[in-house]
Design a protein around this ligand. Structure first.
Ligand code: PHE
Length: 346
């Protein structure tokens, strides 16, 4: 077997040298080190090998795989450089060339941690039969306030300092709850959806406040939907995110579009039984939620006598901060590559 693996390395080298197209190089990679590649094929014989041989084969096959991987990367880089040179010859000038180190994008970018979390939460809800909806950043007063049971004179309008457009009719949405109304308008009950996205508030920026942040709205409407369903889905969500059962508690919370409204907290630190103060400090406020107010159902074209529903608004930036033990939300928006590249392997 050792000989077979060594000869694979030799034949690989022979095959890779003449290649000059990226696609061919990638095919060759699959042929040798892909899941069903030649190396895996040889490794199938491992069962029948002697104990002595088994000890040698693992490291050997890893070494060959690594060599193949490196040689593929080098080859791809060579091809890109020669393609680039060809282009330079043709075009004479290249504005994209940033430095002499020919950074050709082989260290490709990654997905921002907020979007990683967003995507994994979308997947969790998709797997439970929810749809994923989108909504506009620029909204009208109707979708951001009125339809959500926040009339013009309501003090709750001050809870969320709003960026208004000069026409005083449009604004940057202050929460993703706008998607509740848009989602209801477009479908017939029963339904369930989530709506992630950016929201904007005229906040003084500090370690825990940004003028732009991310929420993921959720809504489920049907006959006899009750608080039990809300708690079930929230606990399931938290279990998936944190990969363990989370202890939660509901406190009353006020939002004009839900009744009753709650703040759902998760047990974060173990309370210290000796310390009276710390006994209540182990909770982290994470998820505002509640049963959809009948006025909101009506505004979305749903009959509140027939249907009920729950809604929640999860703060995604907060979740990323908790997850990575980050102490300043501003890191998430700076675009500093030293920070961002820590997440690029995802
Ligand atoms: N929209 C609320 C906020 O931004 C959160 C929320 C959503 C509360 C849904 C209850 C139900 O603060």
């Amino acid at each position: 077997m050792i000989n077979k693996i060594e000869s694979l390395w030799e034949s690989f080298q022979k095959e890779v040298t003449p290649l000059d197209k990226q696609a061919d190089v990638l095919n060759l990679k699959a042929k040798y080190i892909g899941k069903k590649g030649l190396i895996s094929e040889v490794m199938k014989g491992l069962r029948d090998a002697s104990v002595e041989e088994k000890k040698l084969i693992g490291p050997k096959s890893n070494e060959v795989k690594k060599n193949i991987e490196t040689s593929i990367q080098d080859k791809l880089k060579d091809i890109q450089i020669s393609e680039m040179n060809e282009k330079l010859k043709k075009e004479k000038i290249d504005f994209s060339l940033r430095d002499s180190n020919l950074d050709l994008g082989l260290n490709s970018g990654g997905i921002h941690p907020v979007h990683q979390i967003q995507r994994s939460i979308e997947d969790i809800f998709l797997s439970m039969g929810f749809e994923v909806l989108d909504g506009p950043h620029i909204e009208t007063e109707h979708y951001n306030f009125e339809a959500l049971n926040i009339p013009e004179t309501h003090p709750a309008r001050d809870m969320q300092d709003t960026f208004w457009f000069k026409d005083k009719a449009h604004l940057l949405r202050t929460h993703t709850s706008t998607i509740q109304i848009r989602g209801m308008e477009e479908r017939k009950a029963p339904f369930a959806f989530v709506g992630p996205g950016k929201v904007f508030r005229c906040e003084r920026i500090d370690a825990t406040h940004e003028s732009c942040f991310h929420q993921l709205e959720g809504m489920m409407v049907g006959e006899n939907i009750n608080t039990g369903h809300l708690i079930y889905f929230m606990k399931t969500l938290l279990k998936e995110i944190f990969q363990k059962d989370m202890e939660v508690r509901l406190r009353p919370g006020y939002f004009p579009f839900v009744e009753p409204g709650f703040e759902l907290d998760i047990r974060w630190k173990k309370p210290d039984p000796k310390d009276e103060e710390a006994r209540h400090s182990g909770w982290l406020e994470l998820l505002p939620c509640g049963m959809v107010h009948p006025n909101v159902l009506k505004a979305g074209g749903v009959d509140p006598d027939k249907y009920t529903g729950f809604a929640f608004g999860l703060g995604l930036d907060r979740l990323v901060m908790v997850n990575y033990k980050m102490d300043d939300i501003r890191y998430l928006h700076k675009g500093d590559l030293r920070f961002n590249s820590q997440f690029s392997h995802f």
